[in-house]
Design a protein around this ligand. Structure first.
Ligand code: NAD
Ligand code: MG
Length: 364
């Protein structure tokens, strides 16, 4: 990989979705850039949470001095993606007489982004939406692709809309304050992109793991850029997840089972890492993934401080949770399976004996 790619400059990616295309700008210090976004409307609702706003709220508002800005804060955590908060944000917009020509800016992780996006999609049938993602997961995953949602007691993300932002601004400096586990969780999704789509990127990640672990701005800018490019390409080809977008679920069918069974102790990215190893081991057992590739995947995840063994669970438990996956068709689980570094396929899988063996081997 040429060192030019590692220079600490701002990168821009365009998510190509016809008239809904939008730019993602990535770089260190972008929160201090004037203007933050082109052609922002006058009325702005800044949606953030009680952790992120004290860290970065002033910086963002300092760039919006010529606008009318109302800040709405939600509590920290997944529980904040609620109907109650949705309604409370709507109340704020209405109380301040926000009209259709307003903008919602999300400042925070995936929780803030998903709620803000759903508010933007539905307030007066849709208003301008901008994202400033502040976790690595939000920067490489949830801010790209236009899925917005809130949770229902019956399940996560059950109520939502596809709604694209006008622009996304990613300041890698925000990651300096992120805790180690959330940071590693974002890296799990970064590694996923290398495995499913880009062997050269995977090799770059292997070569730059120290810089990544040190949160080096130049390395982060490139890793985020390449991740967003891959996700953007997949989304452009299949916005509503009818085909290739499912590949972004590598490790997720197993991961969701781990999260469902141990939701208090396992974070999403950690469960995805352990799930990716099961999928890779299954393919290795079937002679469809080389032992060298399996070892490289396991080693890289480990070196990025991610777990590579799942918790012990009886196979019936795995089966119950995995049958709830939204990729299940006619009762048959469909798995995203790596066949080489840089290549994966989506396949119906009914051989639970082979699955059980792979799961047991990759659990402890
Ligand atoms: P999160 O938003 O809860 O953020 C994780 C933690 O980091 C929180 O405690 C948050 O307050 C804190 N935080 C955020 N930015 C920080 C910063 N710069 N410094 C210090 N602390 C900071 O979680 P997440 O992992 O960003 O996102 C998870 C959510 O994203 C889930 O609800 C998931 O469903 C959703 N998601 C959506 C998509 C999509 O396509 N829309 C994709 C993946 C995940
Ligand atoms: Mg994920």
């Amino acid at each position: 990989m040429s060192e030019a790619l590692m220079q600490n400059t701002t990168q821009q990616i365009i998510v190509g979705l016809g008239e809904r295309s939008y730019p993602i700008d990535i770089g260190a210090g972008l929160l201090s850039r004037t203007p933050l976004f082109e052609q922002l409307p006058q009325q702005i609702l800044l949606l953030s949470n009680t952790i992120v706003e004290p860290l970065y709220g002033d910086k963002v508002r300092a760039q919006l001095q010529h606008h009318t800005v109302v800040t709405h804060l939600i509590e920290d955590g997944e529980g904040a993606k609620s109907f109650a908060n949705y309604e409370a944000v709507m109340d704020t917009l209405i109380r301040h007489n926000f009209n259709r020509d307003c903008a919602i800016i999300a400042l925070g992780g995936g929780v803030v982004g998903d709620l803000a996006g759903f508010v933007a999609a539905t307030y007066q049938r849709g208003v301008a939406f901008y994202q400033i993602p502040t976790t690595l997961l939000a920067q490489v995953d949830s801010s790209v692709g236009g899925k917005t949602a809130i949770n229902h007691a019956g399940g996560k993300n059950l109520v939502g809309a596809f709604y694209q932002p006008r622009a996304v601004l990613i300041d890698t400096d925000c990651l300096t304050t992120l805790n180690a586990r959330d940071y590693a969780c974002g890296l799990a999704e970064v590694v996923k992109y290398g495995i499913i789509a880009d062997a050269e990127f995977f090799a770059w990640l292997e070569a730059h793991q120290n810089e990544l672990n040190q949160r080096d701005a130049a390395a982060l800018t490139y890793a985020i850029q390449r991740s967003c490019e891959i996700k953007a390409e997949v989304v452009a080809a299949d916005e509503r997840e009818q085909s290739v977008r499912a590949l972004l679920n590598l490790g997720h069918t197993f991961g969701h089972a781990i999260e469902a069974a141990h939701y208090e102790s396992w974070k999403h990215g950690e469960a995805v890492a352990a799930g990716t190893i099961i999928a890779a081991y299954l393919m290795h057992q079937q002679d469809r993934l080389s032992s060298n590739d399996f070892t490289r995947i396991e080693t890289l995840l480990q070196q990025l401080n991610l777990p590579v063994r799942a918790p012990q669970m009886p196979l019936e438990r795995w089966q119950t949770f995995m049958q709830r996956d939204k990729k299940v068709q006619a009762g048959v689980v469909r798995l995203v399976l790596p066949t080489a570094i840089g290549q994966a396929c989506l396949e119906p899988w009914s051989d639970w004996q082979a699955l059980g063996t792979a799961i047991a081997a990759m659990s402890h």
